[in-house]
Design a protein around this ligand. Structure first.
Ligand SMILES: *Cc1c(COP(=O)(O)O)cnc(C)c1O
Length: 428
């Protein structure tokens, strides 16, 4: 086919009786022109318009099957929700809700009331506030407590997380001034102490989520920092990153600090994400001293970063699971699952799709426990299926390694194995 053989947009669109057909025809013709210039044959244009129309009507944000072995995968939406949390979202969203209504008094309530008590119970904190995400929690806390004044941070904690979220930038946006102390690898309590002056508003500790400094390193214990903050008469804010609420038996040793432990060690405020190791929806949670939480709540930015009702319902649902049976949180289940069970799942998948079983290493992801290796097993199939599986229904995301596509079974639920197998068979 030559460029001059291509129909016009109108001619091509006329074949399909559809209001979206003109846009679809334009897209198809644009691609066809590129293909012809590259020496390729664009094929059946009418069929391509039909495919384009089907794709345009399908939702863009969809459920996918995570066969990467990375549990808190930011590109794949971080934590999947527990079924109880999901049920609460559906229930709260399908009609009206008491989002800001006190049902007993019949008066105006606060959306914060739905989770404050349970967060206090789970962390031992005096008060709690939830916002859109942890980045917003940090921004709000710094703006409310340190605007126009100084915040002391270790040079070893001036980190960047994920897609360009940098602690020094957040500090600048909040209106606080950054005072760096210590060095990249070693900071001592004395360094903070020496930097304290009348302009100091806050001591900030940031969990080194997504990297580790090894070798000749030193960071003060939280208790020591709390003592410095107390002597200086300023609060200590601990950004935990991945908020751990579960007891350590459900995690890999005590590698990640829990919010409760951080408060007990003397942090005045602790902030963390809802959708990392906590295993809930995107949210930023701040717990700590009542008087400080109140200052955050009254700050004008609070309204701009508030949590929406769907996330709030998911968060309350998730926190309730923690009270009853934390092992039902999918993130914690995947983290703790015995490798023999993962292997059995990989064997079952391999037998369904005629693949082979390979040993792999799973990851926690989400910037938590960057060095932790979770023993895992995958079903290996031909590499050429990687793209077709991504285009599957539902899409299946695996990992390409050594000329093979690995479908890691640590991040697949038992029932998802059959779905993955069906998608593989359709793609072959
Ligand atoms: C992930 C992370 C954040 C940002 O949390 P979001 O909920 O993704 O906004 C902030 N601080 C630390 C230390 C983190 O690990």
């Amino acid at each position: 086919m030559e460029l001059r053989d291509l129909p016009s947009v109108d001619e091509l669109a006329r074949g399909a009786d559809d209001p979206l057909a003109v846009d679809a025809a334009r897209t198809v013709l644009e691609r066809a022109r590129e293909e012809i210039r590259a020496g390729a044959d664009p094929g059946d244009l009418a069929a391509r318009v039909r495919d384009e129309l089907t794709a345009a009507r399908a939702p863009s944000l969809r459920r996918v099957l995570n066969a990467t072995g990375v549990i808190v995968h930011t590109n794949l939406g971080r934590a999947p929700l527990a079924s109880e949390a999901l049920a609460q979202v559906v229930e709260a969203a399908r009609g009206y809700s008491n989002l800001e209504l006190d049902l007993r008094e019949g008066s105006r309530g606060s959306r914060q009331d739905h989770v404050a008590a349970i967060l206090r119970r789970l962390t031992g904190a005096e008060a709690a506030l939830v916002v859109n995400n942890n980045a917003a929690a940090m921004l709000l806390a710094l703006a409310a407590l340190a605007e126009g004044r100084e915040v002391i941070v270790s040079r070893g904690e001036l980190i960047e997380i994920g897609d360009g979220f940098r602690i020094p930038d957040v500090l600048a946006r909040s209106g606080a001034r950054l005072v760096e102390v210590g060095t990249t690898n070693r900071t001592r309590a004395r360094d903070y102490e020496k930097a304290v002056r009348a302009e100091t508003a806050l001591l900030l500790r940031v969990h080194q989520s997504n990297f580790r400094v090894v070798g000749f390193t030193e960071l003060p214990r939280l208790e020591e920092l709390a003592a410095v903050a107390k002597r200086a008469g300023v609060p200590l804010l601990d950004d935990l990153g991945s908020g751990v609420l579960a007891s350590n038996s459900l995690l890999l040793g005590d590698a990640e600090p829990t919010a409760r432990a951080s408060l007990a060690a003397g942090a005045d405020l602790v902030c963390f994400s809802g959708d990392k190791l906590l295993g809930g929806p995107q949210a930023g949670i701040v717990v700590g001293r009542g008087e400080l939480i109140e200052r955050l709540r009254r700050h004008p930015l609070q309204r701009a970063v508030r949590i929406d009702k769907l996330s709030l319902a998911a968060l309350e649902g998730t926190l309730r699971v923690y009270l009853e049976a934390p092992e039902r949180i999918p993130v914690l289940r995947m983290l703790n699952e015995n490798v023999a069970v993962v292997r059995a799942r990989a064997e079952r998948l391999a037998s369904l799709v005629a693949g082979t079983v390979e040993e792999t290493v799973g990851r926690v992801g989400g910037g938590a426990l960057p060095l932790a290796e979770l023993p895992s097993f995958a079903c290996a199939i031909e590499e050429s299926l990687a793209a077709p599986l991504r285009a599957g229904d539902p899409p299946v995301i695996g990992i390409v390694r050594d000329g093979k596509l690995l479908l890691d079974c640590r991040t697949l639920a038992e029932a998802e194995v059959d779905e993955v197998a069906a998608v593989v068979m359709r793609c072959r």
